[in-house]
Design a protein around this ligand. Structure first.
Ligand code: SD4
Length: 332
């Protein structure tokens, strides 16, 4: 069915074409098509470590690689970086001094894989991908995830670096669990990408909230919460307090909001509004909470929104790689 908006768009285009000669009209059509194509490929990821991660993803995307390989390669950069104290190797531990990792991955065919509370493995995203590709399941946790990883040839390593251990010992003196917004919870790389063929994939990986209870799992390995991809509509990923993201089934919500016609920006904003409302209903202090979403739709349009200032994300497309400060709700 042609909606009024489509009709106006088509008729405006038709009258523009009428004003020019046939060959001009052809080039106009080509230009429109090119413009649409020029947004592909594209990759987005959370926080400023997303810049480096995007570079690795771009290597894959710009060589005609697929979005799934791109997001895996991208998030492996902060995962493997011991100075990155929030993801993978070098991540801050739980309150027992154990580094436990959460990750998930999703491709354009709704194939999904996830690991939670995984210890001793530097690249949980690749274990999540192995769960997706090599098991009849979609999620493995704890010791089961570790056993599976070892059976797949992943190496067992100590992930607790000296600096993280020192900080944790300091923390033990008070043992007060009150994650500092944008610092101790600056924990997750979520990456979403569209490849040159127009297919979408996403990956999300984290060491979770610093000094969490042992066994605590956040939103990041939960498909629909920390990540969601629908190849017909778009993709979204989240960062911040996982409990709040899970409460609203965040990334699935963002994608469904895009399905209803909202732009990526609007979809992220409406999802954040829901976090804000539930926080008020539950009589919690919004100042203690950060949640940020980034989203990409099938046309290559992207956007973000978060609860409070300080969240940024990196975008790489044909025009380069850049960091963008997300719009935020809490202005005081
Ligand atoms: C979690 N969402 O484990 C993650 C933490 C995070 O920025 O994203 N921090 O709840």
């Amino acid at each position: 069915m042609t909606t009024r908006r489509d009709f106006i768009k088509t008729s405006a285009f038709a009258s523009a074409a009428l004003l020019v000669s046939n060959s001009d009209a052809n080039s106009l059509v080509k230009e429109v098509m090119l413009k649409k194509d020029s947004v592909k490929p594209i990759v987005l990821s959370t926080w400023n470590f997303g810049l480096k991660a995007n570079e690795a993803a771009w290597q894959v995307l710009s060589n005609n690689g697929n979005a799934l390989d791109a997001v895996e390669a991208g998030v492996k950069i902060p995962e493997g970086d011991p100075t990155e104290r929030s993801v993978g190797y070098g991540g801050r531990p739980d309150r027992d001094g154990r580094v436990t990792l959460d990750a998930c991955i999703m491709d354009e065919n709704a194939n999904i894989g996830s690991v939670a509370c995984l210890e001793f493995i530097k690249h949980p995203i690749s274990v999540a991908r192995a769960v997706m590709e090599k098991t009849p399941h979609v999620m493995l946790v704890g010791d089961g995830a570790l056993q599976f990883a070892l059976s797949q040839g992943f190496m067992k390593e100590n992930l607790l670096v000296e600096d993280s251990e020192k900080e944790w010992k300091e923390w033990l003196k008070t043992s007060n669990y009150k994650p500092i917004v944008n610092i101790e919870n600056h924990d997750t790389i979520g990456m979403i990408a569209m490849d040159a063929a127009g297919n979408l994939s996403g990956a999300c990986t984290t060491s979770g909230m610093a000094y969490k209870m042992h066994g605590r799992v956040g939103d990041s390995p939960i498909i629909g919460a920390g990540l969601y991809v629908d190849n017909e509509i778009g993709a979204a990923t989240a960062t911040g307090h996982g409990e709040e993201v899970i409460r609203i089934a965040g990334c699935h919500l963002v994608v469904e909001l895009m399905r209803q016609g909202n732009s990526p920006d609007q979809a992220c904003r409406i999802a954040v509004d829901r976090v804000v409302k539930l926080t008020a209903n539950r009589k919690k202090n919004l100042k203690d909470i950060q949640v940020g979403f980034i989203a990409l739709n099938k046309n290559g349009e992207y956007g973000s929104y978060c609860v409070q200032s300080g969240f940024n994300y990196a975008v790489h497309d044909n025009t380069g790689n850049r960091l963008i400060n997300a719009e935020f709700h809490l202005k005081v």
